[in-house]
Design a protein around this ligand. Structure first.
Ligand SMILES: Nc1ncnc2c1ncn2[C@@H]1O[C@H](COP(=O)(O)OP(=O)(O)OP(=O)(O)O)[C@@H](O)[C@H]1O
Ligand SMILES: [Mg+2]
Length: 284
């Protein structure tokens, strides 16, 4: 760790750093600059939410941190080490279900430990404890098709957290759920996060969700060559309840300020759907 920190010059307590990160898809004249020169830091224990118009490059940023794609320029670091290949420090929760339909809820959670060499009996024991923590103690024997959308998300959360990653990457994890279930999942996530603060990078379309959960909300510009247009600290008190915090006047002030930035980018993205190419960095 100290070697890596010395080598990169980054403080070891920093969970995630994006330094001048650009990602292109394709090559040569057809290359598409998805994100350009993005700088972002997430401290250890910090909860950062990214909002931005559809297609701007939010998943691309998470994929760069996870080591699923290689930047064209700049670099991503986790815990002071340059990301080069899949990042094992990070747990990744995707929007789509990642559960194996042929395994029970218990087996789906346990497998996350088994692939790491933990013996089955111990893995199942710990998986049962995790199912209890996400409120599914009685659902261990169910298969994914016998679970509701919200319950499947709980299993996926247990499956990710049982590995105790120091970094949690979440890409619209509660997207397909109804508003009420989303709120409950947000509360569950905050409760688990509060217990042992992991660094979280959380992507969402939902500005209210971002404000309710995060310590800081980052707004991305419309693409191509998307960048970060603003960052807003969320100084609402914790512990928070997702439904209650929305009634706080300070919440509304933050919502107005951030929406002001986000609206501009959403309108730009909407206007650009047809014709495509925009000059890099033109979205000021
Ligand atoms: N593998 C790929 N090849 C080519 N273009 C890609 C690829 N992956 C993403 N893109 C493009 O890069 C841009 C950013 O995509 P990304 O998935 O990061 O957006 P997003 O902000 O996550 O969008 P959404 O909110 O809809 O999930 C988009 O214009 C997308 O079409
Ligand atoms: Mg996405």
């Amino acid at each position: 760790m100290s070697n890596a920190a010395a080598q990169t010059g980054s403080p070891p307590r920093e969970a995630i750093a994006l330094e001048n990160l650009s990602v292109y898809f394709g090559t040569g004249a057809n290359a598409y600059a998805a994100v350009a020169k993005v700088n972002l830091r997430v401290a250890s224990g910090e909860f950062v939410a990214i909002v931005g118009p559809t297609g701007c490059g939010k998943s691309t940023l998470l994929n760069a941190v996870a080591g699923l794609l290689r930047p064209a320029q700049g670099r991503a670091l986790t815990l002071g080490r340059v990301v080069n290949g899949v990042t094992h420090e990070a747990g990744y929760l995707f929007q789509q279900d990642a559960l194996m339909p042929w395994k029970t809820a218990l087996a789906n959670v346990a497998v996350a430990l088994e692939v790491r060499g933990v013996a089955r009996a111990e893995a199942e024991d710990r998986a049962q404890q995790w199912l209890a923590r996400v409120g599914l103690a009685g659902f261990a024997a169910r298969y994914p098709h016998q679970l509701s959308g919200g319950q499947k998300k709980r299993v996926a959360l247990a499956q990710t957290l049982i590995r105790d990653p120091s970094i949690l990457l979440m890409d619209e994890p509660f997207g397909p759920l109804d508003a009420q279930t989303r709120g409950l999942m947000g509360d569950l996530l905050l409760q688990l996060w509060q217990a042992d603060r992991k660094a979280v990078l959380f992507v969402t379309h939902d500005l209210d969700e971002a404000i309710a959960l995060a310590d800081r909300v980052v707004v991305m510009s419309a693409g191509p060559a998307a960048r970060i247009v603003s960052e807003h600290p969320i100084d609402l008190p914790r512990p928070r309840n997702v439904a209650d915090i929305r009634l706080d006047p300070a919440f509304h002030a933050l919502q107005r300020a951030i929406w002001n930035d986000l609206r501009t980018e959403v309108m730009k993205a909407f206007g650009e759907q047809g014709d495509g190419v925009l000059q890099a960095g033109a979205s000021a």
